[in-house]
Design a protein around this ligand. Structure first.
Ligand SMILES: NC(=O)c1ccc[n+]([C@@H]2O[C@H](COP(=O)([O-])OP(=O)(O)OC[C@H]3O[C@@H](n4cnc5c(N)ncnc54)[C@H](OP(=O)(O)O)[C@@H]3O)[C@@H](O)[C@H]2O)c1
Length: 238
């Protein structure tokens, strides 16, 4: 039976690459984005790339809104008959020192990167249990382990996500639900308003992170790689 995976923030960057890799191995995939235009464009491109548009569904969802998350989860389950995996990929970040950080910006970063993951896990767990098990993969960051100036909110959100993931892993392991978190270093995407092709050819590509995530999800049932770091082999020397 083909696996059904919901990926938050799947219309671009790392989430898009994970969707593409799962579709190429024959899975069913629901992606979310915050805008109808963005999600429709990605749904169309992913369907064309895998040659089977019936296996991809694009859903609009703001992970900060628990009702929006519940609806997206239910829609994916109705469309594909169940849920086997959740990839919490949606994330935002800005490099602003705390003294200058607007309150709204703090709440947006914690709301998407941490509370949003809670909303998605809570909504997904009953569906994963109904299938007898599955995967939750949280896309964290090496920033959660290596704080930097201007990154207090982002680093705190990812450090919190790491702790959340480790606790959740222990809560769900005997339900056959495996929880893992992946901490990438710098990836060439449009994250935080950057240009994806900003000439930084030393960075990871989204496909590199996707490969790690898909490999993990294909591990045999006895095995749980629960914490993964992936970094560029040769970052710029300081
Ligand atoms: N790029 C890096 O260097 C790097 C390094 C380590 C970890 N990461 C992590 O990797 C993940 C993916 O980032 P990326 O690099 O692929 O960046 P990206 O291209 O900017 O993608 C971010 C995704 O998050 C979605 N998103 C933002 N706010 C959301 C909200 N309120 N509700 C639902 N979705 C929302 C965006 O949706 P829309 O398309 O609708 O805007 C977009 O799909 C993030 O968690 C990030 O922290 C990135």
């Amino acid at each position: 039976m083909a696996r059904v995976t919901l990926i938050t923030g799947g219309a671009r960057g790392i989430g898009y690459a994970v969707a593409d890799a799962l579709l190429r191995q024959g899975d069913h995939v629901a992606i979310t984005a915050t805008t109808t235009g963005g999600v429709m464009r990605a749904e169309h491109a992913l369907g064309a790339a895998c040659g089977d548009p019936g296996r991809i569904a694009g859903l609009v969802c703001d992970v900060r809104d628990a009702a929006s998350v519940e609806l997206a989860m239910r829609t994916a389950v109705e469309r594909f008959g169940g849920l086997d995996a959740l990839v919490n990929n949606a994330g935002v970040g800005v490099g602003v020192p705390i003294a200058e950080m607007p309150h709204d910006e703090w709440h947006r970063i914690i709301g998407v990167n941490l509370t949003g993951v809670f909303h998605c896990c809570k909504a997904a767990i009953p569906h994963l249990r109904a299938r007898g098990g599955g995967w939750i993969v949280n896309v964290s960051s090496l920033a959660g382990r290596n704080p930097f100036v201007g990154g207090a909110a982002y680093c705190a959100s990812k450090a919190g996500l790491n702790a959340f993931s480790e606790a959740l892993m222990q809560e769900l392991r005997y339900d056959n639900i495996r929880v893992t978190y992946v901490m990438p270093g710098s990836v060439a995407t449009e994250f935080s308003g950057r240009e994806a092709g900003d000439g930084a050819d030393w960075k990871l590509l989204p496909e590199d992170v996707a490969q790690v995530i898909v490999d993990v999800m294909n591990h045999p049932a006895r095995s749980l790689p629960s914490r993964i770091e992936i970094r560029p082999s040769q970052p710029l020397r300081k």
